[in-house]
Design a protein around this ligand. Structure first.
Ligand SMILES: [Zn+2]
Length: 532
């Protein structure tokens, strides 16, 4: 079985995406998550382009990784300096990272219009830079920027560029679709040509972007034509439309095409890793993401559910457990008692068939009123327990009150007061917030946080309001969906009411109560991710 080197660029190319920000300590945690998956190469950035990156390298140097090797990133030497005099290349040479990835020009359009370097000079810059780093004992990956456009414009010159890198000792020449402009057939044809033009020993890599929506497909096409290194980022983070998504590429190569990418037992950590890094970046995980999304193996139609129960292969393209995901059976009027029983078993609640029938009736009634439990798994778990008796709520509400005040100067202030009882003790708390839900959330956490300290780890990550019967205008019913997370697991909660604050309150209480259910409270942290 051929093996493929997995090269992750989340910490460098991935961080070019909009709104991407991680502290140096968080970057080290991401490196450990990647190492936990068995990723071979982790590109950590340029050792000194800013104080943040410099600190990342200082921290990484002290860490030990099981499989991952750190790659430092830089570019070919300046045209007016020798490689060994170029300050940036000297920094790469002096870095602890055993691998250096350097990017260089391939496309004549860029030589003419952007950097104004002549063709021969460019070849010397590539060769000198690679040779210098190899001479300093580094393993070098040469990243051929704009390779595919360059190859379409002038195939002979583009090949000369990658040959210059290979001849100078680069262990891999990675063909980069920098603008994300290419299509799978073009990538496949180019990789085939490069392979036949270079000496058989030269290893080829692929580095794609998703501008045409085919970053994953392009990466796979290149590997099928003989690329042995595949570069991408977790969840496809990256500038513009993102980099090629390793979270899709790896299971495609490994489970469908039989390539050896990550150790088989590690692939099952993929879902948790993908969601964990999303949370670290404060991004709500995409529920529809292939392989790892919450909905990736969700079945709604009654017929589909019956099929999956008979044989999962009827409606599932892989076994969800292979990537650490699970079959999410959606609750809806279409699904009957079987679904409820399956969900109850998942949630660790024992239901007899009569109780299951009652839950189905209750769900139908609530769905009729505007509830929808598909995105509100936390509320559904609570509903199962409330319907079957024996559920102890965290507290008893006496009252809450919200005051929103707009002043003459335009400032709006919100204050919430809640009165609740826990174990016979009365708690009265007031808090301010930037809106009614925020103020209620703060007052409630203040009141119950001392009894239930785990609640302090739970964050609200998403708040969505939808008007259900719009024709009633301001008298309409409002549905609020809240997602909460403890940094590892994410669950949804729902509230429905004519009053948006009451709907939000119900969702808020469910999100916290669901976070305290057995199995969620104190959820085990991801393997390999150390607290900073
Ligand atoms: Zn890139």
């Amino acid at each position: 079985m051929s093996s493929v080197t997995v090269y992750d660029a989340t910490l460098r190319d991935g961080m070019q995406g909009e709104g991407m920000s991680l502290s140096p300590e968080e970057r080290v945690r991401v490196a450990h998550v990647l190492d936990g998956l068995g990723v071979h190469l982790v590109e950590a950035g340029f050792p000194d382009s800013n104080p943040n990156d410099a600190e990342v390298f200082a921290l990484l140097e002290r860490e030990t990784f099981a499989t991952a090797q750190i790659a430092a990133f830089g570019m070919t030497r300046r045209r007016d300096l020798r490689a060994d005099e170029d300050p940036a290349l000297r920094l790469l040479a002096g870095s602890f990272a055993p691998v250096c990835t350097i990017v260089g020009k391939t496309w004549t359009l860029h030589l003419e219009k952007v950097v104004r370097v002549d063709r021969e000079d460019n070849l010397r810059m590539i060769a000198d830079s690679v040779a210098f780093l190899v001479g300093e004992g580094k393993r070098v990956v040469y990243d051929a920027e704009h390779f595919f456009e360059g190859f379409r414009a002038d195939p002979a010159y583009a090949l000369t560029c990658v040959r210059a890198a290979a001849d100078a000792g680069a262990e891999n020449v990675t063909l980069c679709d920098t603008n994300g402009a290419s299509l799978p057939s073009q990538v496949a044809a180019a990789v085939r040509d490069v392979r036949s033009a270079l000496c058989p020993g030269v290893a080829i890599g692929i580095h794609c972007h998703d501008d045409a929506g085919v970053g994953v497909a392009n990466s796979i096409a290149a590997v099928e034509e003989g690329a042995v290194l595949v570069q991408g980022t977790l969840n496809g983070y990256g500038e513009r439309c993102g980099n090629a998504n390793l979270v899709s590429i790896v299971p495609n190569l490994q489970l469908k095409l039989g390539y050896d990418c990550l150790p088989a037992d590690r692939l099952a950590g993929l879902t948790e890793a993908a969601r964990y890094v999303d949370e670290l970046l404060n991004r709500a995980p995409d529920p529809d993401q292939p392989y790892v999304g919450k909905n990736a193996f969700a079945h709604k139609g009654g017929l589909h559910i019956a099929g999956v129960n008979a044989d999962p292969a009827t409606f599932e393209h892989i076994d969800p457990a292979a990537v650490g995901n699970s079959r999410e059976l959606l609750i809806s009027e279409l699904a009957g008692r079987g679904t409820v029983l399956a969900r109850a078993a998942d949630a660790g609640v024992e239901l007899d068939p009569d109780a299951a029938a009652e839950v189905v009736e209750r769900v139908k009634e609530l769905e009729h009123r505007g509830f929808q439990f598909e995105a509100a798994d936390g509320s559904f778990d609570l509903l199962l327990r409330r319907e079957t008796g024996g559920y102890e709520p965290l507290f008893r509400l006496e009252s809450w009150r919200v005051i929103a005040e707009k002043r003459e100067d335009g400032r709006v202030q919100t204050e919430a007061t809640i009165k609740i009882w826990i174990d016979g003790r009365r708690f009265v708390r007031t808090a301010e917030g930037n809106g009614p839900v925020h103020a209620l959330d703060r007052a409630l956490r203040d009141a119950i946080g001392e009894t239930y300290p785990h609640l302090r780890d739970i964050k609200l990550v998403n708040y969505k309001v939808r008007i259900l019967d719009e024709w009633k205008a301001t008298g309409a019913t409002t549905r609020v969906l809240l997602d909460a997370s403890d940094g590892t697991a994410t669950w949804g909660a729902i509230g429905v009411h004519e009053n948006v604050i009451e709907a939000s309150w119900d969702a808020l209480v469910d999100s916290l109560e669901a976070g305290m259910l057995p199995g969620r409270a104190g959820h085990a942290r991801i393997a390999g991710a150390r607290p900073a």
